[in-house]
Design a binder for this molecule. Sequence first.
Ligand SMILES: [Zn+2]
Length: 313
Amino acid sequence: MRSTFLLLSLLIGAQTFHILQKLNSKNHQDITRMAILHATESVCKSVDKDFKTPEPLDSKTLAEACNRKDFASNFETCIRMISFYNVMRDIANIPGQHPEEHFDNEKFQEGKESITSGIKAITGYIEEEKFYDARKVLGKIFHTLQDFYSHSNWIELNYTKPCTALIDPEENIPNPAKKEMETCDNSSDSNSENIKESIIKERFLTSGYARRSRPKGKCSHGGFPDYPEGINKDYSDSSHGSLHNQAADIAIDACVQLLEKILRSLKKDPALNFLRLMGLYSEKPKGEWKPLISFLDFKLRYPDASEDEYVEV
Ligand SMILES: [Zn+2]
């Protein structure tokens, strides 16, 4: 068990909103669950004029309110599978290997491309009734989209709505900082890490770098192993953690928008196919959800095995 935790801390590194439970913080799984519940609630409302939002809103109460009580456990499995593939973004690769998957190192265009191509792939999979593949891609692009709000300075720039350019191939990302532009004040050897006033004033978009590969004048991500300072809002005790809840709430809204976009792009039976994607349907979802901690044990035993081999049945 000790080695599992050691592996966990090494693998998650510094690149995540957070995947463990922490007090007063929302992790990737919480954000994913809230977004799915809200988007599904709207679809249920659209097919049933008598629909009433249940209190509390969870997979069981929503399945019942949506007249799909018998599929509540399928719905829960799908939420967990999507969350599993989300979290895998932080675990499956060596930390720092794919900064674009986490919107690190100002990889805005590359991160956006992985999201928009993912949306296209998901739409195709749904049309071919390959729901398992669609859920897998959805988990992955949710992760990237969520990290944008934690790793960039979108919140520090006082935006209160999601960046719609990240899900729309036609829209340009607003004002990304240029390569040579210094974005953080880290000239002194103190631990302070502040975004430059001129960057905030002129509303340039930037994101954090791993300290070891950070170009001069760029911001640091912060957190392990960049401890202590940086601009991430991964959880409430991060250095920019006072903005954590704002970042998490906008990330939820952004994921709802992404789901609405998928819904709108479905040509055949959009509402029904959306509910099928979420498991509110008679067929048992493919893939067996297993807890994350046992994945790490599995990985220690079979280092070359893929995440698919772990969950596929
Ligand atoms: Zn991440």
